[in-house]
Design a protein around this ligand. Structure first.
Ligand code: BG6
Length: 484
């Protein structure tokens, strides 16, 4: 279509994360994760993290859409759409329930073996995230998660175990999901496994964190970088055909005005929030701006002499990303206050936003891919993209032209980036089946091409229904993008 061609072996598919879809939180020996301690929230009311379970609250990861028990039915539906790839995460606490156990949990290992075999039965390539907002709670209490270097060894033991176990079933691995979100003030507990300082500490402000928090974050990230690099090195010994990717949440930041101060501010934010992590994982060393960034954060980072070698020897093969929205940077605080957007950006007056206030910007995806590909020149994988919105369920039917439109525009942008010269391996629609929202814990923020009959309180039959977008995506895959 429109002069845009996708490569013949392009990986079309969908993506999920264990804590948002599996449920079955006590089944087959699973341990507690940080995600299991987050209640449901809403757009207006943030999720709460409760160290002890509150009898009056709902914890959506405990039940989710029961993918743990229904994966066969779900993967069959993915196959019906023609998926070439399914991105899913392994729940660390199903393999090592406490994170530091002596031996792995056999039932957990068996479960994912069955999942991967089911994928293979339909010629679906699994793309496995080793850590997706899912951290053993025991290690949070013991060492404050990734703040402690000892967590590296626990993670490497876990990743070595799963890589050995699935070496003939899985080829593509992502070490950490959206590793950079803590720099935007999010994911400090979900991603870094650190005990929240406040009950509602899910989203903060990346531009405005205390030096104490910043210190913990840069330390935690450094430990994750080392754990990722060690995993990559060991993985290549286990199976030289393995391919490893980093996974970065694309933070596309435009200048709010063409005032040079705004342009500089946008450039700075974009560099810092994306390439701080990207450079270490792709190039094996910190970016030149790191010194300045740490100074601004009021943070210090201890890099041991042997760390540089580790980072250099564990760089990734491809760069995967999630993309949902863009934002604007300005040095004018009054604009930021009046025009508040997600994270620490201002709203773009030229863009519309989703029901949840995420500004929709397909061009931002092309812009980010082009910028990133030209920086690193390693293949790109679009690991997450989609529209989270409410759907109307009428007599078993869901008509979602808004989702089709969103996906069409964004996939078109991917096609344009290919035309611009970027090498792109694949595209996985986020939440290809309705799952629990990470930021709000709601079910009503639906991304799926498949509808799941469940409400925000966990009520419903859990029956799966094909949305209009299901058939649209099926056709798109069948024609390798021609029907766009
Ligand atoms: C990404 C995460 O940040 O965005 C996913 O990797 C998440 O886990 C997705 O679900 C969409 O965010 P939300 O909050 O709408 O579910």
């Amino acid at each position: 279509m429109k002069n845009i061609e996708f490569p013949q072996n392009f990986y079309w598919g969908g993506a999920t994360a264990a804590n948002q879809c599996e449920g079955a939180w006590r089944q087959d020996g699973k341990g507690e994760s940080c995600a299991d301690h987050y209640t449901t929230g809403t757009k207006e009311k943030p999720r709460r993290f409760t160290p002890a379970f509150d009898k009056n609250a709902k914890y959506p990861s405990h039940y989710a859409i029961d993918h743990y028990n229904r994966y066969k039915e779900d993967i069959k539906l993915f196959a019906e759409m023609g998926f070439k790839i399914y991105r899913l995460s392994i729940n660390w606490t199903r393999i090592f329930p406490n994170g530091d156990d002596e031996c792995p949990n056999q039932k957990g290992l068996d479960h994912y073996r069955n999942v991967f075999k089911t994928c293979r039965k339909y010629n679906i390539e699994p793309l496995v995230t080793m850590s997706h907002y899912e951290f053993p709670y025991h290690l949070t209490k013991k060492w404050n998660g990734w703040e402690d270097r000892r967590t590296i060894d626990c993670f490497v033991k876990y990743t070595t175990t799963i890589m050995k176990e699935y070496k003939d079933l899985v080829k593509y691995w992502l070490t950490f999901n959206e590793i950079n979100t803590p720099l935007m003030g999010a994911g400090i507990t979900m991603s870094l496994g650190m005990m929240p300082e406040q009950e509602q500490w899910l989203y903060g402000n990346g531009n405005n964190m205390s030096a104490q928090t910043a210190n913990k974050i840069v330390k935690g990230l450094h430990n994750q970088f080392l754990a990722s690099a060690k995993t990559v090195k060991i993985g290549r010994q286990i199976n030289p055909n393995f391919k490893f990717g980093c996974m970065i949440a694309s933070n596309v930041v435009y200048p709010y005005t063409c005032k040079p101060e705004d342009v500089m501010e946008a450039w700075k934010q974009q560099q810092r929030t994306n390439y701080y992590c990207g450079d270490v994982m792709v190039r094996g060393k910190y970016a030149p701006f790191t010194k300045d960034y740490l100074k601004d954060l009021g943070a210090t980072l201890e890099i041991k002499p042997e760390d540089s070698e580790v980072l250099k020897n564990g760089t990734v093969d491809f760069y995967s990303l999630s993309y949902y929205m863009s934002g604007c940077a300005t040095t004018d605080k009054s604009i930021l206050e009046k025009n508040k957007n997600v994270f620490s950006t201002a709203k773009n007056p030229y863009l519309k936003a989703s029901e949840w206030g995420w500004q929709i910007d397909p061009q931002g995806l092309r812009y980010y891919i082009d910028e990133t590909y030209n920086r690193y020149t390693i293949p790109i994988f679009i690991a997450e993209n989609g529209l989270g919105t409410t759907d109307e369920f009428i007599n078993g039917e869901i008509h979602d032209p808004y989702r089709i439109d969103f996906l069409r525009q964004h996939i078109l942008a991917v096609g344009q980036a290919i035309k611009d010269g970027a090498v792109i391996l694949g595209y996985t629609v986020w939440g290809c089946i309705d799952i629990v929202s990470a930021s709000t814990g709601e079910m009503s923020k639906r991304y799926g091409l498949i509808y799941v009959d469940m409400d925000d309180l966990g009520n419903g039959t859990l029956k799966r229904y094909r949305k209009d977008s299901f058939y649209w995506y099926k056709k798109l895959i069948e024609t390798n993008g021609e029907s766009l």
